[in-house]
Design a protein. Structure first.
Length: 234
């Protein structure tokens, strides 16, 4: 059985009772960064167990081995470096392979940076578009950004702190002076939510050294943002 387990995105107190139990009972854990995950499990006081690397560069090679372990009856847990696996992290191909082979798997829900940022943004949540990390440059990046201007939904993106100002300027160029929220270091001591027109955010972050995990949320096209979902409007 494969368990896809969400882990804390910052605050370790966010580990769920079920996630802890599944991790404690696992025969082995698949992890993006075994060193980081080993330290996290130690801090959570979860007994030591085999950690197997599972990341973008070895996913396809690792899948047959994981399938064999599950056929043997082993209990395998997949985690990411934080949050819900498969969300801008490897794992989709493994889940698809399990489904194709009719092998058992289940998800253990918990922290997810996309949902947490959407909630903190104060923007409508009835429809949202998640773009993950954008391609660094070129036509594919522009195609993704064009969706911000055309899709009638709140948009959520991940970004490196070193590229935040560049992303905000791209949003301005493509979608105008849209309302945005920059959300930094969620669930941690220095959590920060900065909201306002993108012009103001560009000014604020262009000459500022930004650190930590960043999520950018952009309001949907058209009209002022009220913070209300369309379903509640009359």
């Amino acid at each position: 059985m494969l368990y896809i387990v969400a882990t804390p995105i910052g605050n370790l107190d966010d580990i769920t009772v079920r996630a802890r139990r599944v991790l404690e009972e696992a025969d082995m854990v698949l992890a993006e960064d075994t060193r980081y995950s080993g330290q996290m499990l130690k801090r959570l006081e979860i007994p030591s167990k085999p950690l197997v690397s599972f990341h973008d560069h070895n996913e396809e090679q690792r899948i047959p081995q994981v399938l064999a372990w599950i056929r043997e009856g082993k209990k395998i847990v997949l985690i990411s470096d934080g949050g819900t696996p498969l969300i801008s992290d490897p794992g989709f191909k493994l889940v698809r392979a399990l489904a194709d082979e009719q092998l058992p798997y289940s998800a253990v829900p918990g922290p997810c940076a996309v949902i947490n940022a959407l909630v903190l943004s104060g923007f409508p949540t009835d429809r949202f578009l998640f773009l993950g990390f954008l391609p660094p440059k070129g036509k594919k990046r522009r195609q993704r950004l064009d969706l911000i201007a055309t899709v009638e939904a709140t948009t959520v993106m991940y970004e490196s702190p070193f590229k935040l100002a560049k992303l905000l300027q791209s949003v301005r160029d493509i979608a105008g002076n849209r309302e945005c929220a920059v959300i930094r270091e969620m669930t941690k001591i220095h959590e920060e939510v900065v909201r306002g027109p993108v012009d103001e955010l560009i000014t604020r972050f262009t000459d500022r050294q930004v650190k930590g995990e960043i999520v950018v949320v952009v309001s949907k096209p058209g009209g002022p943002v009220t913070g209300e979902n369309e379903e509640s409007e009359e």
